[in-house]
Design a binder for this molecule. Structure first.
Ligand code: FPP
Length: 236
């Protein structure tokens, strides 16, 4: 653990996948898989901080996840509330700050208030966690296009002057550098509407391990793979 000599990427993004299968293989309800997934998140967020990763973006709930059962949705939302309540209490000690990517308007008022409190807390921090909540990559791009069009219609933006960089400023991720490494555990090899715009130049690492089992050693392996590839393709 921690034996990679090369610095980690500045920004790592993770699709926390495999909670349901983890629970099923143990004869447990899916919610138990999400609870174990939340523990894995704590473990890996702490490890990222100790490695000096500046941004960690995680897919916690997608725009498609509303199709799941009411019980499962309530379970995931409850875990997020519990986590944020605890994180708010320990924010100065943990030196983490939070941003939320997604349309929070569909979340409960209680959860929205926690997200707002977490985002508004200032102070020094070592790592920024971006929680993707009710997030979809296409939805993010459509919202950005709409916001730009509205700005253009009122004369506050010039369509001729639009660049990739200025468009990025309309996304949820405004101001955050793109992830260099995107990890998907659980054996699935799809992007599933995650960070579509921001993934343009990212390295993808797919690992055959369920998210609740994910350990710091697995992140080391993903980072080592990232370095092998960026050394091989790293331009002249
Ligand atoms: C994907 O696994 C996971 C999710 C849809 C939810 C992720 C949520 C958490 C890890 C808990 C959130 C709380 C915190 C504090 C991070 P899946 O259910 O699709 O797994 P499967 O593909 O095996 O069914």
């Amino acid at each position: 653990m921690g034996d990679s000599v090369l610095p980690p990427p500045r920004h790592i993004a993770i699709i926390m996948d495999g909670n349901g299968r983890w629970a099923k293989s143990r004869g447990l309800p899916r919610t138990a898989g999400h609870a174990a997934g939340a523990e894995a998140f704590r473990r890996i967020a702490n490890y990222c901080r100790s490695l000096g990763v500046e941004y960690l973006t995680v897919y916690a709930f997608s725009t498609e996840n509303w199709r799941r059962s009411g019980e499962e949705i309530t379970g995931i939302m409850g875990l997020l509330e519990k986590y944020l309540r605890e994180a708010l209490a320990d924010m100065d000690k943990n030196r983490v700050r939070f941003r939320f990517f997604g349309d929070l308007s569909r979340l409960s008022e209680k959860l929205r208030a926690l997200c707002r409190d977490a985002e508004n807390r200032s102070g020094s921090y070592d790592v920024q966690v971006n929680f993707c909540l009710n997030y979809g990559g296409r939805d993010e791009i459509v919202r950005a296009a709409r916001a730009f069009a509205q700005a253009a219609a009122r004369g506050a933006a010039d369509p001729e002057a639009l660049t990739e960089e200025t468009f990025s400023g309309y996304l949820y991720s405004a101001g955050v550098p793109d992830p260099e490494l995107i990890i998907r555990p659980s054996g699935e090899k799809r992007i599933s509407n995650f960070l579509l715009w921001q993934a343009a130049y990212a390295e993808f690492v797919f690992q055959d391990i369920l998210w609740p089992d994910y350990q710091p050693e697995d992140l080391d392996a993903a980072i080592a793979e990232y370095h092998r590839r960026s050394r091989r393709f790293g331009g002249a």
